[in-house]
Design a protein around this ligand. Structure first.
Ligand code: GNR
Ligand code: NI
Length: 182
């Protein structure tokens, strides 16, 4: 498994529209393994393939809830629950919306309150190419919508007011200039 470099905004590659996957094969599974390793390393709770430069409709999510301590006095163990979404589609969304203070691995250290439907019904293929359809809520629903935006070249700050968006883009551009000069 390889930890891949994560593309950071502003970068035109993050605006590319991702293409549907034709078959879930070993090559795609290797990409999903690398994406998961990259996401855990970052660390983040989700990653879309385009964030590592691959324009395919593939994303991984692990909300990484902290588990119970294995024994009294010990550190809680990380419960890994990776979820793989290939060719995800939202087939229904709730009228009820909510705001969540979102971040993004491609927008380091910057956050903004994004309003989205609280519940969605989604269809996708899993790691083995098997179809699923489920109604999702909570952070999983928020994260799935955030990741699916990446597949359309949309970043979380595109949902904010122009004032807040401009502020974020300015900070990102400045940070990038600093890195290039270093
Ligand atoms: O790690 C991440 N955290 C997060 C927090 C709130 C809403 C969405 C996210 S996704 C983000 C990882 C990422 O950039 N995925 O594209
Ligand atoms: Ni993101």
């Amino acid at each position: 498994m390889t930890i891949l470099p994560i593309i950071e905004a502003p970068d035109p590659r993050l605006r590319v529209i991702s293409e549907p996957v034709a078959v879930v094969d070993d090559g795609l599974r290797a990409l999903m393994d690398d994406m998961l390793a990259t996401m855990y390393d970052a660390p983040g709770i989700g990653l879309a393939a385009i964030q590592v430069g691959v324009a395919k409709r593939v994303l991984v999510i692990d909300l990484q809830r902290r588990g119970e301590p294995a024994a009294e006095g010990e550190e809680p163990v990380e419960v890994r629950e990776p979820r793989y979404f290939v060719n995800p589609e939202i087939v229904w969304e709730s009228d009820e919306v909510g705001a969540y203070n979102e971040g993004c691995l491609s927008v380091p250290e910057l956050f903004g309150d994004v309003v989205r439907p609280l519940r969605v019904r989604a269809k996708w293929l899993d790691y083995d190419g098997a179809p699923h359809e489920e109604e999702l809520d909570g952070l999983l629903a928020t994260c799935l919508q955030h990741e699916m935006d990446h597949l359309k070249g949309i970043l979380f700050f595109d949902h904010l007011s122009k004032l807040k968006r401009d502020m974020i883009v300015k900070k990102l551009t400045k940070a990038k200039r600093g890195k290039l000069a270093a």
